[in-house]
Structure formats: C-alpha cells, structure tokens
Design a protein around this ligand. Structure first.
Ligand code: AHN
Ligand code: ZN
Length: 336
C-alpha cells in the first residue's frame, strides 16, 4: 500500500514538474524579442471573471437605457484607472425599427505615440431580446458571454498592462457599441435605409471604421473577441478572418498551440460570420481576426445553445476558457 502510494506520488510529481518545465520553456522562447528580453506577465482569469460579473450586475446593457449608460461609465473609469488614454466616441445611429440609438465606442490607448499598434476589440452592448429562446423571446438577455466576456478579457489585459512593463508596440483597446441591435428573428424583411440594403448589426464598428477616433488611424493588425467565455468553447479559424488576415490567424493559433491550448483553438476552418471585424477589415483596411466561439454541432447554428437566449448568464462562463484566450493574447502582443 505504501509502495503504491509512493509510486503514485512519484508519478504525480513528475506530471506536475513536467507541466511546469514545459511551460517555462515556452516563457523563455516567447520572451525573446530581438536582443531584449521581456517577461510576459500572467493573465488572471479570476480578475477577468469579476470584470464580466460586474458588467452583468449593471443589468441589460441595451442602448438608450440607464444600465447601458452606467456600464459605459464603468468601462471608461476602469480603463482610465489602468492608465489608458481614453477617447469616447459618441454618435447617433438609426436602428432597424426606426429608433434613434445614442451609442458610444470606448477606446483606451497604451503607448499612444508608437507607430506600430495592435487593436484589440469586443462589443459591450447586449442584445435587446432573447429571440432564439423558446419563451420570453422579447425579453432582454444578460449577455455574460455575448458581450461581457470579450470586454472582461480586455479589461484584464488593461489591468495587466498597467501593472507590468508594457510591450514595445502601442495597444488600443476598443469597446464597440450597438453590435447586437440587429433585427429580431421574427422580422423577415428588414427595412432599407436610403434605398440601400442595410446591415443593422455592428453599428459601432460600422461607424468607427468610417470615422476612426483619430484621423488616419491604422494598426498593424487587430483581434476581435466575441463569446470567449463559455465552458469548453472551441475557436475555429473563422472564414472572414481567413479571407482578410490569414497570417494573423496563423500567428495567434500557433501561439495558442505552444501554450497548450489546442483544445480551445482548433486547427480547422469555420464559416465566415457577420461581426465587427468585417467592417474594420473592409472600411478601415486593418487586418482583423475574430476569435469567436464555433460549435460544429450547434443546435442554433454556429454558437452554443445559450446564444441569444436567457441562458447567456454567469453560469455558462468558465475561467479556464478565459485563461486560454487571455494568455494567448498576452503572449501574442508581447512577442511583437
Ligand atoms: C449574427 O448572428 C448576425 N452575427 C454573429 C455575431 C454576433 C452576434 N456576435 C454576437 N452576437
Ligand atoms: Zn449577439
């Protein structure tokens, strides 16, 4: 019995040591940037989780509501407290139902003078209705994953940048508004705008891509995060990202692989989707990829069963997924 226990401890010790040492060798390889050595600081998924929880606590972040306004102020305050230079871009946009939406893109910049920049993005608004739910299809959703997860990971990155030596490049974090105000599933013929077919989704990125927060703004590349917090989420190489920015996809997926996250970042393609990165690529001409959940067996096409339902709440968020995504992004940006 003793012997078995001893052998068990030996094996366990070896496994733990084995994991540790393989992680260290990645650290060393990842930290060599030219001749200068920088350490990649650690990403704290507990902290990211709390940033998600805090957003959800404001209530539904639906444009033109007090919860939306208060959450926007919270995001602005957090970015400022983490030393970012913050620019608020306020604008008005018409929704599919004719309503005027008062929207706000929130941008936090690090190392604003640097020419080489990376743009990190997520949307901070939530969908006004759970139109994929079985019931209450006109009730709003909490959007713990659809919205808050990407923002939570990026706030944690802002916190990490503030407390550690920053990467040599500039980093811009942008929280897009109005991504999820697309027409309800029951609306079969969405109205035109000025006689033109209009995409009613992604209003914040559509506006920003044509009116960047700084005239002539550009970036080396961009990474969009959308639904990056669900338990056992899988991220496939999304069609739009592969069309516009295949090299960035390759870089990020190989970083994830070297960190041991191939079970999250799958080396397979998924269909392209309409999301904020499309407008950043098409109109701002910045190669931007989308790290977005894709479930090949999805009951509701593409995403997990919670998508655009009342089940999109804190219960589906898993810190391990947040860790895989956050760490992969930190390693990517510190290696530029
Ligand atoms: C549509 O479902 C139209 N676009 C997928 C992008 C999305 C929706 N992201 C969050 N909600
Ligand atoms: Zn959505």
């Amino acid at each position: 019995m003793m012997l078995i226990r001893f052998i068990f401890l030996l094996i366990a010790g070896f496994l733990i040591y084995g994991c540790e040492s393989s992680k260290k060798s990645i650290d060393m390889r990842a930290s060599k940037r030219g001749k200068k050595t920088v350490t990649v600081p650690s990403f704290n998924s507990d902290s990211a989780w709390h940033f998600i929880k805090n957003q959800v606590s404001f209530g539904y972040r639906v444009p033109n509501t007090p919860s939306h306004r208060l959450c926007g102020e919270y995001l602005e305050t957090r970015l400022r407290s983490y030393g970012a230079r913050v620019i608020i871009q306020e604008f008005r946009e018409q929704a599919y139902n004719g309503e005027q939406l008062y929207l706000k893109n929130i941008i936090g910049s690090y190392n604003p003078e640097a020419k080489k920049r990376i743009l990190l993005a997520a949307h901070w608004d939530t969908r006004p209705f759970a139109d994929k739910d079985i019931e209450n299809r006109y009730e709003p959703i909490e959007g713990a994953n659809d919205g808050a997860s990407g923002v939570g990971v990026l706030l944690e990155i802002a916190r990490v940048l503030h407390h550690n030596e920053k990467p040599a490049i500039g980093i811009d974090i942008i929280f897009f508004d109005g991504e999820d105000y697309g027409e309800h599933e029951d609306v079969t013929n969405p109205p035109m705008k000025n006689n033109l077919v209009q995409i009613w989704w992604c209003l914040g990125s559509q506006y920003w891509a044509k009116n960047p927060h700084i005239p002539k703004y550009s970036a080396y590349y961009g990474i969009l995060l959308d639904m990056v917090g669900a338990k056992d989420a899988t991220f496939y190489k999304e069609g739009g990202s592969m069309q516009f920015a295949p090299k960035v996809v390759k870089k990020v997926w190989s970083t994830a692989r070297s960190l041991g996250y191939s079970n999250y970042f799958i080396d397979l393609n998924s269909p392209g989707i309409m999301d904020d990165h499309i407008f950043v690529n098409r109109d701002a001409k910045i190669p931007m990829i989308n790290i977005v959940e894709y479930d090949p067996d999805s009951p509701s096409y593409y995403f997990g069963a919670y998508h655009h339902t009342r089940a999109d709440n804190m219960n589906i968020i898993d810190k391990k997924t947040l860790q895989a995504v956050g760490e992969t992004i930190l390693y990517t940006i510190y290696n530029e």
